[in-house]
Structures are given as C-alpha cells and as structure tokens.
Design a protein around this ligand. Structure first.
Ligand SMILES: Nc1ncnc2c1ncn2[C@@H]1O[C@H](COP(=O)(O)OP(=O)(O)OP(=O)(O)O)[C@@H](O)[C@H]1O
Ligand SMILES: [Mg+2]
Length: 589
C-alpha cells in the first residue's frame, strides 16, 4: 500500500489534521491541553517516587520519633494530581469520539454535495464501486486517524518529557536506556517492515474478495444462465484462501512485535537496575535509592511507547492513503456553468440548430464530425444508425452533459453556452436509454419529473401516457414501492414510468432515446402511443429503433460512424435508395 501513496504525503497529512480540527478549534485546544496534563501528571507521579523515598521514607526509617503527617499530606497532593490526570484522560476520550464522529458526518455531507456538482464526464469515467468505497472505507480510515492522532501526540510528548527527566536524574543511566531504546527501535522496524508487507497483501486480497463478491452479486443472473455456480464457488475459494494466508502471516508477524519489545523493555529495566546499583555502590556515580527507583519507572514509560510508535505510524500511513482518495474526490472540478442567461421558450416551441459540430469524449478519438442540422419549431427529428454511430452522443450535447470541441449549437438563434445549464435542462425533457427508477413509491418516481406536482397532476400524466392502467393493477396502485431500480416491474412498465416522469415535467423540448431492448408488441404499441401524445406540440429529438416512430418524423437523420450521411423524410430517403433504404429493407429501423 505504501507504494500507492503519492508524493503529497506530507500535505495530505497536514490537510487531514487541519480538516479534522477545522471546525473544532476549541475542542482541539481542550484535547491538547488534556493530553499535556495527563502526560505530565503521570510524569510527576513517577518523579514523586524520588521525593517519597529520599525525602520521606528513608528519613522516617532513620528517625526515632517518625512524624507521618507530612507524608500523608504529600501523598494526598499526589492523589489529587493523579485524579486530575484521570479526569483529563476521560474528557479527552469523550471529546475525541465527538470530533471524529463529527468529522465523518461533515466529510460524508461535503463529499455528497460535492459529488452532485460533478459533470457527467466524471461518472462516465469511474466505476460506481470506486466512488462508493470513498464513502465507506476511506472515510473510515480518517475516523481511525482522528482517534489515533491524540495517542500519537501523547506518545511524542511522553517520550520527550521522560527523556528530559531521565537526563536530569542521571546522565550515565540515560545513556544505557538510549542504547536499549535503539535496539528496540531496530527490532520494531525490522518486524513491522515484514508485517507491513503482509498487511499490504492482506488489504489487496481483501479488496479482491470484496470485488469478486460484488461482481457476482450483480452478475448473478448471468452466472445462473451459463450454469457457472460451481466455477464461481471454486474461484472464490481460491482468493478467499489467499486472503486467509496473508492475514494469518500479517497478524503472526504483528503479534511478535509486542512480546519482543516487552522483553527487550524488561531487559533494559534489569540492566539499568544492576548497572546503576553497581556503579552507585562502587562510588563511580552518586545515585540515591529514590533516584534509581524513579529512573527505573521513567525507563518503563520511555520504552513502552516505542513499541506503539510503529503501529501508530502504520495507521497514519494507511489513513493518508484513504485521505488522498477522499481529497481527490473533493478536489474534482465541479461542472462549470458559464451561462448567465435564462433560457425561456415561449409557446412550448423553439428552433434548435447545430452548425459544424465536432465532438470527442477523449482527445484524439473523434465521435461526431461536422454535424449540421436544423430542428424547426414543433418538428420531430429522428436519428437512425448503427450501434455506436453517435446518436446518444448528440443528445448529450443538447443538454450540455458534454461541451463540443468546435462548431455551435443554437437555441432560437442564440449560442447554447449563454444559457445557464439549469434553465437549459429545465426546458429539455429527456427520456434516457438507460432507465433509472429510484427507491420509493410509483407516485414518488413520477413526481421526480416535477417536485411540486400534485398527485392529481401525476395521475393525469400517467393517463395521458397510458400508464394509469398498469399502475392501478399493481398491488398497491400508485403507492406500490419500487425496489432496486424498479426490478419488480417489467421492462415496458419501467419505460412507461420513465416517460410519465418526463410528461409531468411538461418540457418544451423533448429528447427521447428509445430503449433498445425489445418489448412485446402490445406494450410497444402502448409505449408508441405514449410517446406520440408526449411529442405533440414540442420540438422533439428522437432516437428511434421502431419504424413507426421514424416514419412519422419530419426529418430523419442517418448517422454512420459520427457522420451524417443522409437526411430527409421517410419518402425522400426511400427514393434515394441509399443507407436508409437498406436499413429499412433489412428491418433495421
Ligand atoms: N462516455 C464516453 N466516453 C468515451 N467514449 C464514449 C462515451 N460514450 C460513448 N462513447 C463512444 O462514442 C461513440 C458513439 O456512442 P453513442 O453512445 O453515441 O452511440 P449510439 O449511436 O447511441 O449507439 P446505440 O445505438 O448502441 O445506443 C461510440 O464509439 C462509443 O464507444
Ligand atoms: Mg445510444
């Protein structure tokens, strides 16, 4: 995983921190204060050992008439200090949970609203699963960072402050402690490097398992159609086993780190005790018993965090990888709207003109060449042509899902770029090739065309389109809940609903991309009737796969590999004996 992280590690890290604490400045300050207090109270209690032993216990044991009151006073003071430490640790944990949950909430909200501003191009070039995983996995790694940051911080100040205290107590012993700490660091580094390799493999295999499951769920029907159930199970077992092996190795290595460090820490303790005592007894250094005891405790709190550092650094590295993906989505450029004017179409009709339009989705791969056409008021323009000819692409230009490279598109004589995208899209009713229905009732889905439409408006539209009949026959009529993109409806019914949705919007210009999937002739006739009633009195672009639709069009545009090769009405084109004629004879329109 480490290799995947781009060179912006540092900036991502700081951006992450500032993001987490951006709206929580006060809370962050309290957390920092609490951490400092907690660390220093624990340090104070360790140092207190020296005062306790050298200042009270030893004099008391030597005194004939020991006075304990001072001792109790001092111990109660220490008790208060420790209590403050515990309290701060408690407050700190509570605040951090609040901060990290708040950060997640805000991140998801910002990501989602930002996603709504992105152009269609973004969604066309990304897999849904990839975008989804930003919301789930990546946001969650950020939560983990938010929670581990204070730990990291407290580890750092513990290390520094104990080191300083150790030096103050005894320089020679500090020297021994540092050598041992160095050995521990090397050991940790060696072990965590190995475990990191296995953790990376584990994450990769985990992603593979997830990906495979997702693919098999969505492709379940195909699996059954081709009777691949056994094969699929076998394949799954293989990658599942790989995941088990890499997780086992990763955890095995990771689990060694703690005991190894623990034992090295104990060794350091013993070494310092023996060496320190011998040096003091031999008179080489001056060292009181209290100082030695304090030093030994300090050394414990010094060596303990060393083992944690590597896992904390690991978790921070992982969250930087997650943060990178989150910020990538956040930094994705929103769809620009340079139009200032509102497009207003009176009398429900407008002229639309395309002049010398050239277009490509990706540079160097032109899809449309020099498209010229004129859609007059209330006229029906039909596009025909083979698959991939560029029919859907033209409709993507009319609503500015994509912008053209050269040429111009005019709405009653004015350039399309002058109009705000919102007003443009409000005026265009689109029935797309791929039908999308949302989770909700039939009524909700129809109302999606115009959010302030009344129930009566929706029912009227359904009647106009001829969808009313089938809707009433559903188990709950208009209140029937649709599941997963209307999976509980037939293909034709889904089409009728999607047309009704556009009818409610009552747009002046219509763009219809007929679904290619075949439906039975009765439903087809119904859909045809629905379209006819919808097209009345509007300028319409229709991508037609049905002869009946095409025949009624005022102008038929024949496309081949991005070029217009013929144009005219049904009679004219037949008389030409060209491409249209052969498509017609072959039953392809
Ligand atoms: N988002 C996209 N990015 C890159 N290329 C695309 C994209 N969408 C379509 N294309 C390419 O543009 C060309 C025209 O596609 P288009 O969808 O307009 O065809 P179509 O005429 O609607 O075909 P069909 O009848 O199958 O719907 C095809 O070669 C296609 O591969
Ligand atoms: Mg198409």
């Amino acid at each position: 995983m480490n290799q995947d992280i781009n060179i912006n590690k540092k900036s991502t890290f700081f951006r992450l921190i500032s993001y987490i604490f951006k709206t929580n400045k006060l809370a962050a300050a309290i957390v920092v204060l609490c951490i400092i207090i907690t660390t220093f109270t624990s340090l104070a209690s360790t140092l207190f050992m020296r005062t306790l032993i050298d200042g009270y216990i030893i004099p008391l044991t030597q005194s004939d008439n020991p006075q304990y009151s001072m001792l109790f006073k001092t111990i109660s003071k220490l008790g208060l200090v420790l209590l403050a430490g515990v309290l701060c640790a408690f407050i700190n944990t509570r605040i951090m949970i609040k901060i990290s949950q708040g950060t997640m909430l805000r991140l998801r909200k910002e990501l989602f609203s930002h996603m709504q501003t992105l152009p269609i191009r973004y969604f066309d070039s990304k897999r849904n699963g990839e975008i989804m995983s930003v919301y789930t996995n990546d946001v969650d790694t950020l939560r983990q960072t938010a929670q581990s940051l204070p730990q990291f911080f407290s580890t750092a100040i513990t290390l520094v402050s104990t080191l300083v205290s150790m030096i103050v107590l005894s320089v020679p012993l500090t020297f021994i402690a540092l050598i041992m700490a160095f050995v521990m660091l090397r050991a940790t580094k060696y072990l965590s490097k190995r475990s990191r390799k296995y953790f990376t493999a584990q994450q990769t295999n985990l992603a593979k398992v997830n990906g495979y499951i997702e693919e098999m769920i969505s492709g379940q029907k195909i699996v059954k159609v081709f009777c691949y159930e056994d094969k699929v199970v076998n394949d799954f077992e293989k990658i599942n086993e790989q995941l088990r092996i890499s997780s086992a190795q990763a955890n095995k290595t990771a689990n060694i780190v703690m005991p190894v460090n623990g034992n090295l820490g104990n060794l350091s303790y013993v070494l310092i005790a023996v060496i320190g005592a011998s040096l003091a007894l031999g008179g080489y250094i001056s060292l009181s018993i209290g100082t030695l005891v304090s030093f030994l405790s300090l050394n414990k709190s010094f060596s303990q965090p060393i083992g944690h550092i590597s896992s904390q650094i690991n978790s921070i590295i992982m969250s930087i990888a997650g943060g990178d993906r989150v910020f990538q989505l956040m930094d994705e450029k929103p769809e620009e709207d340079d139009g200032k004017k509102e497009l207003i179409i009176e009398d429900n009709a407008t002229d639309i003109q395309l002049n010398h339009v050239n277009f490509s989705y990706v540079e160097g791969k032109q899809v449309l060449y020099d498209i010229n056409l004129n859609a007059e008021k209330n006229k029906k323009i039909a596009f025909v042509g083979g698959t991939g000819a560029g029919k859907t692409t033209i409709t993507n230009l009319l609503n500015r899902f994509y912008d053209i490279q050269s040429g111009e598109i005019l709405y009653h004589g004015e350039d399309i770029k002058q109009f705000t995208k919102q007003s443009l899209r409000h005026n265009l009713g689109m029935v797309l090739q791929d039908i999308n229905l949302f989770t909700g009732t039939v009524m909700d889905n129809i109302r999606y065309g115009k959010l302030d439409a009344s129930d009566q408006d929706c029912i009227e539209a359904a009647k106009l389109i001829g969808a009313d009949d089938f809707i009433r026959r559903l188990s709950d009529g208009y209140n029937t809940r649709l599941t997963a993109n209307g999976g509980n409806l037939s293909q034709g019914e889904r089409q009728l609903l999607s047309i009704t949705r556009t009818a409610v919007a009552n747009p002046p210009v219509l763009v219809l991309d007929e679904a290619t999937s075949s439906i039975d002739t009765r439903t087809e006739r119904q859909v045809q009737k629905a379209l006819d009633s919808l097209m009345k009195g509007r300028t319409t672009f229709i991508i037609a796969h049905r002869l009946s639709t095409v025949r009624n069009a005022d102008c038929i545009v024949v496309l081949e590999q991005g070029h217009i090769i013929e144009m005219g009405n049904h009679g004219e084109l037949l008389a030409k004996h060209g491409k249209y004629y052969s498509l017609y004879k072959g039953g392809n329109v």
